[in-house]
Design a protein around this ligand. Structure first.
Ligand SMILES: [Ca+2]
Ligand SMILES: [Ca+2]
Length: 429
């Protein structure tokens, strides 16, 4: 019976804590300046793995100045709280349990940081007595909650012995979970640097037609602080950093712009390098470099454009034209636009959307008369910058929706060729 009562009250207390964990700060931390020193602090969304900021603040109960760097070598738990915060108060007995549990552990230290610096020292001392806070207490005069972008309290942060952020938790997730993380850090050896193997790309060679690829690597380590990739292709570089990833296989997808590959291969670049930097939570670092071939593909002809269909749809405010063309190229079409000209004037234009080789434009409410002669101009460019415009004559069917190819005559611009580069057309005008 007693056991059951204990269980029930434990569940109720847990529910109380969980139901109100995220209590939003509304009236503080809109400033990014330390109110006492006037120094600017740059707000910085913190990731597990990032370095801790050093600070100096006065510990309220002992009236002594402490710096964060003086706790190097210890696992540090910081509880961000305010006295007006109900969920913070609800978490205090559990924090007290954690502090008592590690009372004999020299490599652990706990502290509560009051995020509301309008709360006075004397009141905090009374509060500390009420909640048996027998650990370090600070008023956040160094604005570290601002630096770490704490937006809700309680927030708990755990730093490892090397002063890297190891864990961040909004709300209070539970005494046992926190003890599990602290134990993990106290037991962590992590003396050896990360070991890398099988660093490879799933595509080789990369080319303008095969420009998306994934670099992967097997990593062996106790705990990774970050994995960072930097790709270099001629003058082009692209970097990616993953904070605190799981140990094991690590992957990074690169989606290269075909134009970049085209330009670099024109400059006789034949390979890309990917440098990887991996660091563990002790600061041990391992690097490796992967070289991936890049193929230079010839691009000798401009895109070829054929008109597939023109469908007219009657509307109250004009005719809607739904136009499909097929565009192919010896390498890659980068984009296409369509224009409709009436009586030598531009009537409407649109960037075409595509699915595979089929490009579509849907132009709404065009003012065109029955049997009016239109010129449909389609411009396409390929990856090497070859640009072409093809013109098609079209006679409006005046409302009769349907496939209209029989009325289309391709306009000859040069003998034997139905298309010329746009620059040439422009010159003729
Ligand atoms: Ca290690
Ligand atoms: Ca081409």
């Amino acid at each position: 019976m007693i056991m059951r009562m204990k269980k029930v009250s434990f569940i109720l207390l847990t529910l109380l804590v969980l139901s109100s964990v995220l209590f939003k700060i509304t009236n503080i931390h809109s400033v990014s300046t330390n109110p006492e020193t006037g120094n600017d602090l740059t707000p910085n969304l913190v990731n597990a793995g990032e370095e801790a900021i050093d600070w100096t603040m006065e510990e309220i109960m002992s009236d002594t100045s402490k710096t964060f760097s003086s706790f190097a070598g210890k696992v540090v738990l910081i509880d961000f709280f305010a006295m007006w915060c109900g969920p913070c108060k609800a978490a205090m007995p559990y924090l007290r349990n954690i502090n008592d549990y590690y009372a004999a552990e020299p490599d652990f230290v706990m502290m509560s940081v009051d995020t509301d610096i309008s709360e006075q020292e004397a009141a905090i001392e009374t509060f500390a007595g009420t909640y048996n806070m027998n650990w370090f207490i600070f008023r956040d005069t160094a604005s570290i909650s601002n630096y770490y972008e704490i937006s809700a309290i309680p927030t708990l942060m755990i730093f490892n012995q090397y002063q890297y952020v190891y864990y961040v938790e909004e709300g209070f997730g539970g005494e046992e979970a926190l003890k599990g993380i602290i134990d993990e850090l106290l037991a962590m050896d992590d003396k050896t640097a990360p070991i890398l193997s099988n660093f490879e790309s799933d595509v080789e060679p990369i080319s303008i037609l095969d420009s998306t690829f994934t670099a992967s690597v097997d990593i062996t380590d106790d705990a990774l602080r970050f994995v960072e990739y930097e790709l270099t292709l001629g003058s082009y570089t692209e970097g990616r950093k993953f904070w605190s990833p799981d140990s094991g296989k690590n992957e990074c997808e690169f989606v290269l712009d075909p134009i970049v590959i085209w330009n670099e291969t024109q400059n006789s670049i034949t390979s890309a390098t990917i440098e990887i930097v991996v660091q563990d939570f002790r600061g041990n670092q391992t690097t490796d470099t992967l070289t991936v071939d890049v193929a230079k593909l010839p691009d000798t002809t401009p895109p070829v454009i054929t008109l597939d269909s023109v469908v007219e749809i009657d509307g109250d405010y004009g005719q809607t034209f739904d136009i499909n063309v097929t565009i192919t190229d010896d390498t890659m079409v980068l984009g296409a636009t369509l224009e409709i000209w009436t009586n030598g004037k531009l009537n409407a234009s649109q960037v075409m959307t595509n699915v595979g080789d089929t490009y579509n434009a849907k132009l709404y409410s065009l003012k065109v008369g029955p049997a009016e002669e239109l010129v449909i101009k389609v411009n396409a460019n390929d990856v090497s910058g070859k640009n072409i415009t093809v013109e098609f004559n079209y006679t409006v069917t005046s409302g009769a929706a349907g496939f209209a190819l029989p009325t289309i005559i391709a306009l000859f611009v040069l003998s034997g060729i139905i298309a010329v580069p746009l620059q040439r057309l422009a010159k003729k005008k």
